[in-house]
Design a protein around this ligand. Structure first.
Ligand code: AHM
Ligand code: MG
Length: 335
């Protein structure tokens, strides 16, 4: 029996959930198509001479890879003409990208990180694309979209997901009715449903954090990780394992499938009490998926999805994953 396709899944969602309009379904199909193309480009990059730096510094102050620029272009081009979006914002662009006047203006806004974990791309490790969709304000059709239109809490997301370009090419998606995984059948060029209603397995003793930043963390985070490192001999009384791929998409995917927590916490190097990761392109969409899979997504002791953003490229501290383990970490902030 053949597996369910992405199209079939989305049509069924539309039939079952009134709050899931056809416009959003078509938008997600366009995004999935763009991710297929990005996956192909990432795969061919070694032989097509597409690896290495683009020679520019992005708005985040980071050296852009050629693939960062190409993936950004693929997403813009694919989504401009469809009539589902009013504007887009990306980790790689200074400001928002309104849909050009020659195309109809849609009812949604999309934010994305075209290649997340791009430091991995030149060494053939997993990278991904992360995206987040919100409804545009109702008056948007009569005017130019602005950055302020995007500054909505993550709770307002109507869809979020990521594509993972690894040993398999995957699309993990939520429209607010659970988390679903699709695997790209390269021969057919089709996304096939391979995971339904993913729930984060509870009780895994695995954490993902960049340990080299230990001296910059807040005291509660340092204490929790020290206790994990002490294992059976410490207050937690059990051994922990550590994994860090340098690619949030890969680390979060592992947590969705195998459990554990992901942390890129607040860090004293950042004067604005922020972390490294960006609220709109990384923390919110991943937080949405984690909550939809039964987990928790926090910045220190408050929920990421309830943060009222003040800037498009705002950074946050991130702790997300298995609800029980995140609650244990919250206990360190209460003490
Ligand atoms: P990017 O979007 O510029 O690739 O940065 C985000 C990435 C995450 O995927 C990953 O968790 C983190 O940065 C790794 O940071 P570090 O190199 O400090 O460990
Ligand atoms: Mg990123």
């Amino acid at each position: 029996m053949s597996r369910k396709s992405l199209t079939q899944f989305l049509v069924e969602q539309q039939r079952t959930h009134n709050a899931f309009p056809a416009e959003l379904r078509l938008l997600l199909e366009v995004v999935a198509r763009a991710c297929k193309r990005i996956g192909y480009t990432v795969n061919q990059a070694g032989t097509e001479g597409l690896l290495g730096d683009a020679g520019a510094i992005n708005i985040q102050g980071e050296a852009q890879k050629r693939l960062d620029v190409m993936a950004n272009e693929i997403l813009l081009e694919a989504n401009e003409w469809g009539g589902h979006l009013a504007a887009m914002a990306s980790e790689e662009m200074h400001t928002i990208h309104p849909v050009p006047n020659r195309y109809p203006m849609g009812e949604y806004l999309m934010m994305f990180d075209p290649i997340d974990g791009s430091s991995n791309v030149d060494v053939a490790l997993s990278v991904g694309t992360i995206f987040s969709v919100v409804e545009a304000p109702c008056d948007i059709s009569g005017r130019e979209p602005t950055e302020a239109d995007f500054l909505l809490p993550g709770r307002r997301q109507v869809a979020a997901g990521y594509a993972l370009y690894g040993p398999q090419t995957l699309l993990v998606l939520s429209v607010g009715t659970g988390v679903y995984e699709f695997t790209l059948d390269r021969g057919m060029g089709a996304w096939e449903l391979t995971g339904e209603n993913l729930r984060i397995p509870s009780g895994s003793r695995e954490f993902a954090i960049n340990m080299s930043n230990r001296r910059h963390w807040s005291e509660p985070v340092r204490r929790y990780i020290d206790d994990c490192m002490a294992g059976k001999d410490g207050p937690l009384g059990r051994d922990y394992g550590m994994r860090w791929t340098g690619s949030m998409v890969a680390d979060i995917h592992r947590i969705l499938k195998r459990g554990g927590v992901f942390m890129y916490p607040w860090d004293s190097r950042n004067p604005n009490a922020a972390g490294k990761l960006r609220l709109m392109y990384e923390a919110n969409p991943m937080g949405f998926l984690i909550e939809q899979a039964g987990g928790l997504a926090m910045e220190e002791d408050h929920t990421i999805l309830d943060i009222q953003p003040h800037a498009l490229h705002q950074r946050v501290g991130v702790t997300m994953g298995d609800r029980d383990e995140v609650e244990r970490i919250l206990g360190y902030f209460e003490r």
